[in-house]
Design a protein around this ligand. Structure first.
Ligand SMILES: *Cc1c(COP(=O)(O)O)cnc(C)c1O
Length: 466
């Protein structure tokens, strides 16, 4: 207990050189508050411990806690992470990394006034929705387009505009939940549409939809089962057939595509999912998908469809609440321009990561392996380092069962558990997120950015030295 008497006062601490020099950089109140917090933390530590500490030792400990706190606070909480998991669209890591063109557009529009809502030729008030619409129409072949905050908002807006107070028919096999927060039945309820489930979990036929149609039906709704796959005896009605049924009864068909691929991925073995262009061609009245999944752009909900329906959505009051800001529009334009006139498979990071050949990945893994051998192998905590084949994933609720063959480096540690080392690596700057395979730490090279391989070695070394 007697240690507590040796805790220096806040005033004493404030007079110390180390703290005073920070006074030039940070505001006084902020520093005083952090010192109080640091003293509180150390007081708790002393209370729990048996040891009696001298004032100098306590002072030292308070400064250490203070320094850790000030680094955390002065930075904000958002920070960069090196993604060595091989999951390209990692929902917890911010999904798509943007292309250079998207970043340049965004920075330019952020630092300047712009024509977000002004029609420059006439000088009259314009609409923010004109900006990406033309690009989306060119690329996808859709009649009209609208962009909102995210795909959940797109689905909500579509259902509310087309089916509020009326029935929307959905197959039981498609009542999806995405990411724990987006559930079709809940979104439907919030939108005011009445969910009319048809068929069974594994089989739904055309006649199931047809029998459910009545005078209160407003919409045929299909959701892409992004993050799971029903295997075995299954039947779903193809979008094309649903469109035919819709035509027969003059009902619009809405498809929630989820990921939305604009670029034919078949040549890379990613076969299962239809492209957005194919869905547009099939005649669906409304198609929705995310901007930050396979499109490789910013968070956004993209709505494509027939002009009168899109116009009705633009006039819906909900659109005002779900609208996108100028930064999103800028980043989306930059991304879409890459599809129109650039080289998406090279310049859009998401596509580049997915389209890398096994040879390229193996070469990168070999480079990483060499660095690991040179810089880590001598360390007592390292048992083995090897090049291994890995199974990467698309992530973001796309191609849920598909594993993409890739390459990586596996490190086996000794004298420290994998959980310990992985935990410490999550706290480095930047943080490093790895995967585990049996008793080894796995670094998949697919999701690494240029220059990160060198950083990784430094981070592992820094953690092992502690
Ligand atoms: C990802 C996904 C959503 C949600 O999209 P957000 O852009 O995350 O809001 C909705 N539906 C499907 C089918 C999805 O895959």
């Amino acid at each position: 207990m007697s240690s507590l008497r040796n805790i220096p006062s806040i005033d004493e601490l404030l007079l110390q050189d180390e703290i005073r020099s920070l006074g030039k950089e940070f505001n006084h109140e902020f520093i005083a508050n952090l010192l109080r917090r640091a003293v509180g933390i150390v007081r708790e530590e002393l209370r729990k411990s048996q040891a009696v500490l001298e004032k100098a030792a306590i002072n030292h400990r308070i400064l250490a806690v203070f320094n850790a706190e000030i680094h955390k606070s002065a930075r904000g909480t958002l920070q960069t992470v090196i993604n060595a998991t091989g999951v390209v669209l990692h929902t917890n890591l911010g999904r798509a990394v943007l292309s250079n063109r998207a970043i340049e557009y965004m920075v330019e529009m952020a630092g300047h006034y712009n024509n977000l809502e002004m029609d420059l030729p006439t000088g009259e008030r314009g609409s923010r929705y004109v900006h990406v619409e033309q690009l989306l129409k060119e690329i996808t072949g859709a009649e009209a387009a609208l962009v909102v905050n995210n795909n959940a908002a797109a689905v909500m807006l579509g259902l509310n505009t087309l089916a509020a107070g009326k029935e929307a028919i959905v197959s039981r096999g498609q009542l999806v939940e995405i990411g724990g927060a987006f559930r079709i039945p809940e979104v439907m309820k919030l939108s005011g549409a009445i969910l009319k489930e048809v068929g069974t979990t594994n089989k739904t036929y055309n006649r199931d939809y047809e029998q459910a149609i009545n005078e209160n039906t407003a919409l045929l709704f299909a959701a892409h089962t992004s993050n799971y796959k029903i295997e075995g005896f299954t039947a779903e009605v193809a979008l094309q057939e649903l469109v035919e049924l819709g035509n027969k009864y003059a009902l619009p068909v809405m498809q929630d595509l989820g990921s939305g691929i604009l670029y034919p991925m078949q040549q890379w073995g990613l076969r299962e999912e239809p492209t957005v262009q194919e869905c547009v061609k099939s005649g669906a009245d409304i198609i929705t998908f995310s901007g930050d999944k396979l499109l490789g752009g910013p968070q956004a909900g993209i709505i494509l469809g027939k002009k009168p329906l899109i116009e009705a959505m633009k006039e819906n009051q909900l659109t005002r609440a779900l609208r996108v800001d100028k930064l999103t529009i800028a980043a989306l334009e930059g991304t879409l321009l890459e599809y129109l006139s650039g080289n998406p498979a090279v310049n859009i990071p998401v596509l580049r990561m997915l389209c890398q050949s096994p040879q390229e990945l193996l070469y990168q893994a070999q480079q990483l392996y060499k660095q690991a051998n040179d810089q880590l192998l001598d360390h007592t905590n390292i048992e083995t380092i090897e090049i291994v084949e890995v199974e990467d994933m698309v992530g973001g609720g796309a191609y849920p069962t598909y594993r993409i063959p890739g390459w990586g480096v596996a490190i086996k540690f000794q004298g420290i558990t994998l959980d310990q080392i992985a935990g410490q690596l999550r706290l480095t700057q930047p943080a490093l997120l790895t995967r585990r395979q049996d008793d080894k730490m796995l670094i998949s090279v697919r999701t690494l950015q240029v220059g990160e391989d060198e950083q990784i070695m430094g981070l592992i070394q820094s953690v092992l030295q502690n």
